[in-house]
Design a protein around this ligand. Structure first.
Ligand code: XMP
Length: 430
């Protein structure tokens, strides 16, 4: 292992990630583990230099004050305890100590080296993955999103063609998105990639379905069925790769923190498909995942991609999806993205996209009255997607986008700009 590590044991703090990030910022790798980790599990982490017992407001679970196992103190690592973590150690603090104190603990007491960087992280993960997987095969659902793309690149580097990627095109991807997954992973990186064009199957299932929740259910359910069918065709797969990242774990609830929302990265695969999980990004924050992708040589468009919902354009083609309206939406979205990139807005605006409602409006084309679709542009800024503000886009840019969309997408005769904050609106329309 290349990197030294400080282990934070979660004794009910809400600030584990704050400390982990602070220590990583000091150049030392830090991982958060549950309070009931065993001495054996701790030793298996190999390069542990010290432990921080991090107590806090969730210290009492089911009426009992939680503690680490007594054997942890016998492992011989330096221990620091914060916020009434019940510790038999020298260094105890009532709240998170200042930076100097943490630094002194890490570097003077634990004698850790500041050797945390992406290169070392990747080398360590490659070693861990190779040890876990041996000569077996790993299956990965490669959506083309940031997390799954970075996992794919990392696993590819670790185990080469023992990795089998499956990309399901549900027909609701943005323009050229599936093509770029195939181009990057199959053609450039030589990955073992199975490309499934399931467009017809998804669009047929979605015909006449107008309810947003119903649409989401169909898309999610069908995705699992297609993926499962592909998995059953393959022989000798023992592992499933997942792009789980650290915030997914926190939001799904740890042993002391309550569940915010449950994350299903592959969306509840059936139980008779028995795989062991490989999750090499599970300790990374989003910005670190991107840095990892850059280090692995993935293209910037892939690594700095804006968020895109799993159900894709399906929730932006409002109401019952029709093929012509979906096509208009896809073309309008491509024009919007192109113009945003030209104006440098792609680096300034957090999320921007188009939506097409399920009605037609009156317009004039070639001196005659005609009916056409309306494209709504939405562009928002946010930190955590819980609240969002409107991006103030220059009118000249908006006008140029409107001109291009109405000229290049003949079924559209109106373009509007959406100006509602979240709340009261949500970012997406469905
Ligand atoms: P809302 O519309 O809830 O969106 O304000 C917040 C953020 O979440 C994204 N989003 C989704 N992502 N599956 C996803 O993976 C979904 O069903 C979904 N719905 C919304 C949305 O794009 C925004 O970034």
């Amino acid at each position: 292992m290349k990197q030294d590590m400080i282990v934070i044991l979660d004794l009910g703090s809400t600030e584990n990630t704050v400390i982990a990030r602070q220590i990583r910022d000091m150049g030392v790798y830090s991982e958060i583990h549950p309070h009931d980790i065993t001495a054996e599990e701790l030793k298996a982490l190999e390069n542990v230099k010290g432990i921080i017992l991090n107590g806090g407001e969730n210290r009492v679970v089911d009426g009992v004050e939680i503690d680490v196992l007594p054997e942890i103190y016998q492992c011989g690592y330096p221990v620091m305890a914060i916020d009434h973590a019940p510790a038999k150690c020298e260094q105890k603090y009532d709240s998170i100590p200042d930076e100097e104190t943490i630094k002194s603990f890490i570097f003077d007491t634990c004698k850790a080296e500041a050797n945390w960087n992406m290169k070392n992280f990747i080398e360590d993960q490659i070693e861990i993955v190779r040890r876990q997987v041996g000569d077996k095969k790993v299956l990965l659902a490669l959506s083309g999103g940031v997390d799954s793309s970075v996992v794919a690149a990392l696993l590819l580097k670790a185990i080469g063609n023992q990795l089998v990627c499956v990309h399901v095109n549900h027909g609701l991807m943005r323009k050229n998105e599936s093509e770029s997954v195939v181009e990057v992973f199959r053609n450039q990186l030589n990955a073992n990639l199975i490309y499934v064009d399931a467009t017809e199957r998804f669009l047929t299932k979605l015909e006449n379905v107008a309810d947003p929740e119903q649409k989401r259910k169909i898309i999610g359910g069908e995705f699992i069925r297609v993926f499962e069918e592909e998995a059953r065709k393959l022989e000798g797969i023992d592992f499933l790769g997942q792009g789980t990242i650290y915030p997914d774990i926190i939001e799904s609830g740890t042993k002391t923190a309550k569940c915010v929302k449950s994350h299903h990265n592959v969306g509840g695969l059936p139980e008779d498909l028995q795989f062991e999980l490989v999750e090499p990004l599970a300790q990374l924050f989003k910005d670190e995942v991107r840095a990892c992708g850059v280090e692995l040589g993935l293209p910037a468009e892939m690594v700095y991609r804006q968020p895109f919902p799993g159900p894709g354009l399906g929730v932006r083609c409002l109401g019952a999806i029709t093929r012509d309206r979906l096509e208009a939406l896809r073309e309008a979205d491509a024009i919007l993205r192109e113009e945003f990139a030209k104006a440098g807005l792609d680096k300034q605006v957090w999320q921007y996209f188009t939506v097409v409602p399920d009605f037609k409006a009156v317009g004039v084309r070639d001196n005659a009255r005609s009916m056409g679709y309306m494209v709504v542009i939405r562009a928002v800024n946010t930190i955590d997607a819980m609240t969002a503000s409107i991006a103030r886009i220059d009118y000249d840019i908006l006008e140029k986008i409107a001109d291009r969309i109405t000229a290049e997408v003949p079924s559209v005769n109106r373009v509007t700009y959406e100006i509602t904050k979240k709340p009261v609106a949500t970012i997406e329309f469905e």
